[in-house]
Design a protein around this ligand. Structure first.
Ligand SMILES: NC(=O)c1ccc[n+]([C@@H]2O[C@H](COP(=O)([O-])OP(=O)(O)OC[C@H]3O[C@@H](n4cnc5c(N)ncnc54)[C@H](OP(=O)(O)O)[C@@H]3O)[C@@H](O)[C@H]2O)c1
Length: 283
């Protein structure tokens, strides 16, 4: 006796929405994968592009979505157009897809430093432009993306953009004037924190721990401390005080940190990265 089973494919979270990812590279590819994994969109709702035809073929086979090198065709079919090319390539890309841009579409750019106004002006119509700054923990759906609106964005369009980026972590909406600071803090931040984790692990080795154990202790301690800040809502200083027993070990360590200038060095690092983001925006 043979039985046949029908495979039930659940309806996507955003049925009917057509999304183009123009420049499905590292970050665009992470997003594309997250859309499918979270069933935000069905494969036939996604149109992606890259520069090289052979990469388009490989991506298409990998994800089962339409990937081409034709930006105009992808933009024309989509309601929401994600821009994932390098910042310097954005003006040419906008020029290329300009005839497909109408006030009904949303352009969602995650190119660092590119202002919403420059995209609006390139489009030449009252186009809804949202700018986003994700970070690399997006790969594990543990990213944070800051989003800001251009001049012609409705609350519904921003809500859709948030849903899109929530597939790769948390989102926060900020004023565009803060986007360079976001780049300096959460965009560059993972690199700063990797250095801290690496240094803590090195310290563990220095006091006799095997390297793998030291790295695990350092990384999980960083993760746990971050979760304490996020989930208790307590000020980090209060959480620090709770670890610091009078005349105990931690306070001795903190004295070394203050003498070494860790706090001021981190502040300077974020300030410098923010400054650099501003320079990139000015070309
Ligand atoms: N990576 C991050 O952590 C991060 C974080 C925040 C923001 N961003 C922003 O994300 C953007 C992309 O960065 P990425 O790291 O993902 O770079 P990437 O891996 O180099 O991706 C760029 C993609 O654009 C494609 N491309 C180039 N020219 C194109 C064109 N004319 N038409 C269509 N596709 C084209 C490339 O195609 P091929 O694959 O065929 O070469 C590639 O797939 C940048 O603007 C960056 O500022 C990145």
């Amino acid at each position: 006796m043979s039985e046949s089973y029908e495979v039930m494919v659940p309806a996507p979270v955003m049925p009917g929405l057509r999304v183009a990812v123009l420049g499905a590279g590292k970050m665009g590819g992470i997003l594309l994968q997250a859309f499918l994994k979270n069933n935000l969109l069905a494969p036939e709702q996604i149109f992606a592009t890259v520069q090289h035809a052979e990469r388009a073929q490989a991506l298409s086979a990998q994800f089962g979505v339409e990937v081409t090198t034709d930006n105009f065709a992808a933009a024309q079919q989509a309601d929401v157009i994600l821009l994932g090319v390098k910042p310097t390539q954005v003006p040419a890309l906008i020029e290329e897809i300009k005839p497909a841009l109408t006030p009904k579409k949303t352009v969602l750019s995650f190119a660092a430093s590119v202002k919403t106004r420059s995209i609006e002006e390139g489009a030449g119509c009252e186009l809804a432009v949202i700018r986003a700054m994700p970070n690399t923990p997006a790969m594990l759906a543990a990213g944070i993306t800051a989003l800001c609106s251009g001049r012609f964005v409705s609350a519904e369009q921003m809500a859709v953009a948030q849903k899109i980026f929530q597939t790769v972590g948390r989102t926060v909406v900020v004023d565009e004037k803060h986007m360079d600071a976001v780049t300096g803090l959460s965009g560059s931040g993972p690199a700063f924190l990797y250095i801290i984790i690496e240094a803590l692990a090195e310290a563990g080795v220095n006091v006799g721990l095997p390297r793998d154990v030291a790295t695990l202790l350092a990384a999980q301690t960083t993760l746990g401390s971050a979760r304490m800040v996020l989930e208790t809502g307590y000020h980090p200083a209060l959480l620090k005080d709770a670890v610091t027993t009078p005349a105990g070990c931690t306070v001795d360590g903190i004295l070394e940190l203050e003498e070494g200038g860790l706090r001021v060095t981190l502040i300077k690092a974020v300030k410098r990265a923010t400054q650099r983001a501003k320079e990139l925006a000015n070309g």
